[in-house]
Design a protein around this ligand. Structure first.
Ligand code: FES
Ligand SMILES: [Fe+2]
Length: 354
């Protein structure tokens, strides 16, 4: 686990330039933790990304991960354009070097002079969990409080394989994508090339239950979970259990019970780059097929999420209306309604985002 000190660069709560969220919504969302990169992609070169419209740079300094605003305090060049070296990042413009905890440690044009504190980077926390780097823009401390980051079923169990699928960008709002992940009524229409069954569209009754971090739903159906084309692996008459756990605002896990003791746990972490762009991270854990090529899992997961992406990017309004009268609902929407109620209870605005 890599941790950076918290200097809370947002302490005066100045919203990022061009913020696409309403101010009060942004402040609520910025207190939560989100994944911003896969751990395995950090270190080769500085990574430039965004969270809630805040540009971020992620680099490594002597093995520790640093997350900071992606702007050089000297003349405002993005540090993500710089060079990753063993001990930190070197800015592309005048070569200022930044190391652990965002400290400026070298000014090539005046190497013998003291380095003023103004040249140090304000940093955000960096915590590695589930193969992802998580951060928070308005943290209470450098370490997430218990429950602040979702619990991933089975991830730490010895018999389970841990898989971190490459992320995918979706040009839509995180809330819309999340709601789609929790929705089972679309399988028969959207996922017919992967695992859905066009002839099995009815959604059996299910219930939702409020939890400390959101809600959960246990959903039983006869829609299988094997990729289409894989024959002979199901048990006739088997009823599948999909156990959804929603961790507000934008993370959920799905635990799928296969026949016998096989289990697959999938995380859907919809990281809000902005109100209009979502970076979707999807770690998984499974206790079967552990010797098969990982690329096959990546490819299948990509195809499933691509099917969802093609829908989410078309939805209007782009935001997620939290006023229940703004969209029409069907009985299968229990999870969706629980999700919207949960977001509303967080204090988010009625017509969520611009
Ligand atoms: S702008 Fe970064 S070193 Fe000058
Ligand atoms: Fe889907």
């Amino acid at each position: 686990m890599a941790t950076a000190a918290v200097s809370n660069p947002m302490s005066e709560i100045t919203l990022p330039r061009g913020c696409t969220f309403e101010r009060d919504d942004w402040i609520i969302l910025a207190k939560h933790w989100y994944p911003i990169a896969m751990a395995r992609e950090v270190g080769e070169k500085p990574i430039g990304t965004k969270l809630l419209d805040q540009p971020l740079v992620i680099y490594k300094a002597d093995g520790a991960i640093v997350v900071a605003p992606d702007i050089c305090p000297h003349r405002g060049v993005p540090l993500s354009l710089g060079t990753q070296i063993e001990s930190g990042v070197v800015c592309a413009y005048h070569g200022l070097k930044f190391g652990a905890e965002g400290k400026c440690v070298h000014v090539p044009a005046s190497p013998a002079r003291d380095i003023p504190a103004r040249l140090h980077l304000a940093t955000f926390p960096a915590v590695e969990r589930y193969g992802l780097i998580w951060t928070c823009l308005l943290p209470e401390s450098a370490e997430p409080a218990p429950g602040a980051i979702v619990d991933m079923p089975h991830w730490d169990e010895p018999d389970f394989q841990q898989i971190v699928c490459p992320w995918m960008d979706i040009f839509g709002f995180a809330g819309r994508q999340m709601e789609g992940f929790l929705d089972v009524a679309h399988f028969a229409f959207v996922h017919t090339d992967t695992f859905g069954d066009a002839n099995n569209a009815e959604v059996p009754a299910y219930k939702t239950r409020v939890t400390d971090t959101g809600f959960e739903a246990e959903y039983w159906s006869t829609v299988g979970n094997y990729p289409i084309g894989v024959e002979g692996r199901g048990v006739p008459g088997f009823r599948w259990l999909r156990h959804f756990r929603c961790h507000l605002p934008f993370v959920a896990t799905l635990e799928i019970h296969f026949p016998g003791t096989d289990r697959l746990s999938i995380m859907n972490a919809a990281s809000p780059v902005s109100a209009k762009v979502t970076r979707l991270f999807a770690p998984m854990a499974r206790n079967f097929d552990k010797d098969l090529p990982l690329q096959d899992v990546y490819d299948f997961n990509y195809r499933v999420f691509l099917e969802d992406k093609s829908i989410v990017e078309t939805q209007m309004p782009e935001c997620l209306p939290l006023d229940p009268t703004m969209e029409a609902h069907i009985p299968a929407d229990l999870s969706s309604m629980a999700y919207r109620r949960g977001l509303k209870a967080m204090g988010l605005s009625r017509f969520f985002i611009s």
